[in-house]
Design a protein around this ligand. Structure first.
Ligand SMILES: NC(=O)c1ccc[n+]([C@@H]2O[C@H](COP(=O)([O-])OP(=O)(O)OC[C@H]3O[C@@H](n4cnc5c(N)ncnc54)[C@H](OP(=O)(O)O)[C@@H]3O)[C@@H](O)[C@H]2O)c1
Length: 318
């Protein structure tokens, strides 16, 4: 089969090789899946560069999420490869009890994009931040993969959503996704705007995949008993959270590592998958798939993601 492999760590355009390798073998309790589509994620870049929390032995096939057909049964499934990576290939092995059914009628592109970012958004907003209807949610990098899912999920939960994004086009994307307000945080100070929009109260939940200066500023516009969810560090800097500030303003900083739920309590992932498919069927969420490209174009697509040029999700099809 054709697969992208990483033989040395670096940037995708430099180190990815499109190779003919053996189809992987499903072990006990696993299924072989013919990949119909795999979606890009920022952590792909981190893993390929050797900067992710997991550093697989070389060579490895990257790619965290996919949809496809179980070879033995023809059932359409959504999920992540059993190893945690390996989606950028024609076939992948999934744990049978972590291969979630694709609802009838769901297009391949949507199925490919309904896993990692939506699961992360659901766990972040509901399980970690305990979002209540009527609260104000501030979603940073709202036009990105993780951010676009969070905007839709927060709206579906009855929240007022303020999104930030870099540049007017991305601001427009956030509004199309359903955000009530969108701020170009490269052009203006989002702290002042959030205070203005909330009548000085600040945001109850702040969903932050960017970190660095964006986290630092978020502390200035978090509401009384607010919750800042630490989702990622696309800015490249992990901010420090001063505990005295959390004390005097009565807010919480919540870490979110969705992948840990796969081992900690997989039944929660099943529940969230069910809720996501319900929300999809009701039309409350719909993945923004901005590009569908051939698998062969993975390096260029990943490079564009790293340059901050993509919006929503980019999907690769073998
Ligand atoms: N905690 C978890 O369990 C979990 C799960 C999945 C993903 N994540 C994390 O969530 C983050 C977002 O992932 P994603 O797949 O949504 O990525 P994405 O689609 O590329 O979106 C990330 C966005 O971050 C913004 N950004 C700000 N500074 C940036 C910089 N220096 N370089 C690149 N982008 C920058 C960009 O939006 P603007 O141009 O609008 O600023 C970009 O669109 C990543 O840090 C990822 O590791 C965490």
């Amino acid at each position: 089969m054709k697969a992208w492999r990483v033989h040395e760590l670096g940037s995708p355009a430099d180190v990815l090789a499109f190779e003919d390798i053996d189809v992987p073998t499903a072990g006990e309790g696993q299924v072989l899946v013919k990949v119909a589509a795999a979606a890009l994620n920022f952590p792909d870049l981190l893993m390929i560069a050797g900067k992710y929390q997991v550093r697989p032995p070389l060579p490895f096939v990257p790619g965290f999420e996919l949809t496809g057909e179980v070879v033995a049964t023809g059932q359409r499934v959504i999920g992540g490869p059993a190893a945690g990576f390996g989606a950028y290939a024609e076939y992948a092995v999934l744990d049978a009890d972590a291969a979630w059914p694709v609802p009838d009628g769901m297009p391949v592109e949507h199925a490919a994009a309904l896993f990692l970012t939506y699961q992360t958004g659901h766990f972040g907003l509901h399980r970690r931040a305990r979002l209540q209807a009527g609260e104000v949610v501030l979603v940073h990098a709202g036009a990105g993969g993780v951010g676009s899912a969070a905007i839709q999920l927060a709206k579906a939960a009855g929240a007022t959503v303020i999104a930030t994004a870099g540049g007017p086009e991305k601001v427009a994307v956030c509004l199309q996704l359903g955000a009530d307000h969108a701020i170009d945080y490269l052009a203006e100070d989002f702290v002042g705007r959030v205070k203005e929009i909330t009548g000085g109260a600040g945001a109850d939940v702040i969903y932050d995949p960017v970190g660095g200066d964006v986290f630092d500023s978020s502390r200035k516009c978090v509401a009384f008993e607010g919750r800042i969810v630490v989702v990622g560090f696309t800015s490249g800097r992990m901010a420090e959270a001063p505990t005295n500030h959390a004390l005097v303003k009565n807010y919480s900083v919540l870490g979110l590592h969705w992948g840990l739920y796969r081992t900690h309590d997989p039944s929660l992932i099943a529940e969230v998958h069910e809720d996501l498919t319900r929300l999809y069927a009701e039309g409350a969420i719909k993945p923004l798939v901005s590009q569908t490209l051939p698998l062969a174009e993975a390096p260029q697509a990943l490079a564009a993601l790293g340059r901050r040029e993509t919006v929503g999700k980019v999907v690769l099809r073998p």
